[in-house]
Write a protein that binds this ligand. Sequence first.
Ligand SMILES: [Zn+2]
Length: 68
Amino acid sequence: MRKGFSIKICHNCGTPLAIYAEECYSCHKKVGEVDKYGKAKKPADWKSYALCGISWVAFLVYIWWAFF
Ligand SMILES: [Zn+2]
């Protein structure tokens, strides 16, 4: 799935990276596959999604607990 690109652009800082790079050497963010614009996709980060979900649930429970 290279689609003719030989570099991809870091989604975070815009540094051009090798197509096979898994981490940006400039900002050290994980980078995923190249998309159709030649930009690296953000890799799925389930840990932070889960953390985000948990903090939302905790927030809602707190609201519920504080006001009802
Ligand atoms: Zn970067």
